[in-house]
Design a protein around this ligand. Structure first.
Ligand SMILES: C[S@@+](CC[C@H](N)C(=O)[O-])C[C@H]1O[C@@H](n2cnc3c(N)ncnc32)[C@H](O)[C@@H]1O
Length: 307
């Protein structure tokens, strides 16, 4: 249990913990499978696959003889995804290759389904990546992406934050907004891209646009002993211990300054972020932390014209 990759240099390593296996309700994925028509998919591509969490979860909705290829820029994740697939007995159907989302190493019209999860939030030009995903899809094929609006997280207050100073909540929203602008300005992606995707899909000429939201909440109510609560508690305690207030100190500062924030304000915002993270950790340890959890996550699909 936990995150065997935390602290590694490769992209998103701190976010590849077991919590990622609990981001979805299985029956909701089955519903997405029906809505997206995944039963007829024979070859699927998982773009920015990381260590394979999303591709393997969505793969449960595909026919048992469907193939899944994952592609990621990081050689380390390609290797680990292949290992994880083999450990789950999926080695025959799942293959992983190194490549970038901006220049996918596949011929035009290769896949019935091209998908990604929390990848467009990290790329400099999401419309260009979407065009590339469409290029490698077969005519009539499905492009399906799941991406959040992370800005909403700043105002999803737990009981203590709700009862605390309004200015704290406003300051956290400001910190997140300035950092998200900075991350985008640095070419590292719009962390709340979910909100913009339906229009981007329409502009790209995709048909049968479908937009819904992940229905998974992650309620943390003592004693936090459900299988999906334990990894979440562990991750929150770990982030507090390693002083992650949003991102690490250096990363948050880098984004804040790039987003137009000043060095002087940053210190106060960072102190507040850390205070809130530590307070939540203290409440978790005391068994008094209570929150409904979950993220604002959009599921957006469209069909490539033709066929
Ligand atoms: C937040 S992780 C998501 C991993 C996986 N999709 C999941 O949901 O479990 C983002 C992944 O995208 C990869 N990535 C980021 N930018 C990329 C790019 N331009 N081309 C290919 N992969 C990229 C990172 O290496 C990382 O593995």
């Amino acid at each position: 249990m936990g995150n065997e990759f935390k602290g590694e240099a490769a992209h998103s390593a701190d976010y590849f913990g077991d919590t990622r296996d609990h981001w979805w309700n299985r029956d909701y994925l089955a519903l997405l499978g029906e809505r997206w028509g995944l039963g007829s998919v024979r070859e699927a591509l998982d773009v920015g696959c990381g260590v394979g969490h999303w591709g393997m979860l969505l793969g449960e909705q595909l026919s048992p003889d469907a193939w899944v290829i994952g592609v990621d820029r990081e050689p380390r994740w390609v290797e680990k995804a292949a290992e994880r697939a083999a450990a789950r007995g999926l080695g025959g159907r799942y293959r992983y290759v190194q490549g970038t989302a901006e220049a996918l190493p596949f011929a035009d019209h290769s896949f019935d389904l091209v998908t990604c999860q929390t990848v467009l939030i990290h790329v400099a030009d999401p419309a260009a990546v979407l065009r590339e995903m469409i290029r490698v899809a077969r005519p009539g094929g499905i492009i399906a992406v799941c991406e959040p609006n992370n800005l909403a997280q700043a105002v999803m207050a737990d009981a203590t934050t709700f009862a605390g100073p309004v200015d704290d909540l406003v300051a956290m929203l400001r910190l997140q907004m300035v950092c998200e602008r900075g991350k985008a300005a640095l070419g590292e992606g719009n962390n709340s891209i979910g909100q913009l995707l339906p229009a981007m899909f329409a502009d790209a000429g995709l048909l049968d646009l479908k937009v819904s939201m992940n229905d998974r909440a992650v309620p943390l109510v003592p004693p936090y002993d459900a299988p999906w609560q334990r990894p979440m508690v562990e991750e929150m305690l770990d982030f507090a211990e390693r002083e992650y207030g949003l991102w690490s100190h250096d990363e948050t500062r880098r984004y804040y300054l790039a987003g137009g924030g000043g060095e002087g304000d940053f210190a106060a915002h960072w102190a507040l972020a850390l205070r809130l993270v530590r307070r939540a950790a203290d409440e978790l340890r005391a068994g008094t932390y209570r929150v409904a959890g979950g993220v604002v996550g959009y599921c957006v699909s469209g069909r490539k014209p033709g066929r």
